[in-house]
Design a binder for this molecule. Structure first.
Ligand SMILES: [Zn+2]
Length: 279
């Protein structure tokens, strides 16, 4: 009896240890100028590592923040390029005609994998500046990291049916709406930053469990560290993510935790010069 209890306990501990150790690829990190004033690059990287974040897709307003982290930890940081040159440009970038030239020039500075995160909702996705960003992504073989509603995502795919889009926060849409979009667009992936309500008391809601089972390759975790306060919660957030991940079959949990992002962002750029499909 005693040994059975011991066996049960050790099995329980090994499951818990396994869940605790699952590495994370955080697909939604920012390190903006109001953050680096308070948290040094060295400290920011230490926070990510302490949380067991193996890799992070980082975009920052301005982009110097991303490059500082990249210099500090090239093994950890996967750079993305946002159109924002300072905090607070979420609404004005859409009509700032200097954005495309800025992005094109800036792309020479590092091996960026994505343009974004940017914010565009509804018909804003068809504004000329946003169209140019979609074209730039196509030209350079980059993902688009879009904080958008479903309508804006539809408009992006109308502009470029071959676009590859990371849908920030899964559009803040309910699971059935997200599923409809994933069924319609095979080049659409979701980050789950700021979607803590997909789980209650550490248990995934059934509709999200079903969504992950249907599309295990299309979801990634994320934190969205847009403030100093959220940088202070990176470790606790990682723990809460691991809690609901631990309730999934391990193969699906590993994909959402890090494998999907690893697969996406290690792919060589597909649309850069020389690719006849993207002229
Ligand atoms: Zn964000």
């Amino acid at each position: 009896m005693r040994s059975l209890i011991a066996m049960g306990l050790s099995a329980y501990l090994s499951v818990t240890a396994c869940a605790a150790e699952i590495p994370l690829f955080d697909a939604h990190i920012h390190y903006g100028h109001d953050i680096w004033d308070t948290i040094s690059p060295e400290k920011a990287i230490a926070k990510l590592r302490k949380a067991g974040i193996r890799k992070a897709l980082v975009s920052s307003a301005n982009d110097d923040g991303t490059l500082m982290l990249l210099r500090e930890a090239p093994d950890l940081i996967v750079p993305a390029l946002t159109p924002y040159r300072k905090e607070g440009e979420l609404a004005i970038w859409l009509r700032d005609e200097s954005v495309p030239a800025y992005l094109e020039e800036r792309l020479k500075k590092a091996g960026y994998v994505a343009l974004g995160e940017f914010h565009a909702y509804g018909a804003e996705a068809d504004l000329p500046v946003v169209r140019r960003v979609v074209q730039l992504a196509r030209k350079h073989g980059l993902y688009l990291h879009a904080d958008s509603d479903a309508q804006a995502i539809e408009r992006i795919f109308q502009q470029d049916p071959n676009a590859r889009v990371i849908w920030a926060h899964a559009g803040n849409d309910p699971a059935h709406r997200v599923l409809a979009m994933l069924r319609k667009y095979e080049n659409l992936w979701c980050d789950l930053a700021m979607r803590d309500r997909i789980a209650q008391n550490g248990e995934l809601l059934p509709e999200w469990r079903a969504a992950f089972a249907e599309f295990p390759d299309r979801f990634m975790i994320g934190t969205d560290t847009y403030s100093v306060g959220i940088w202070g919660e990176v470790e606790a957030h990682a723990a809460s993510v691991r809690r609901w991940l631990s309730g999934l079959p391990s193969e699906i949990a590993e994909r959402i935790a890090y494998k999907n992002a690893e697969t996406l962002f290690s792919r060589p750029p597909a649309g850069s010069s020389g690719d006849p499909d993207n002229k």
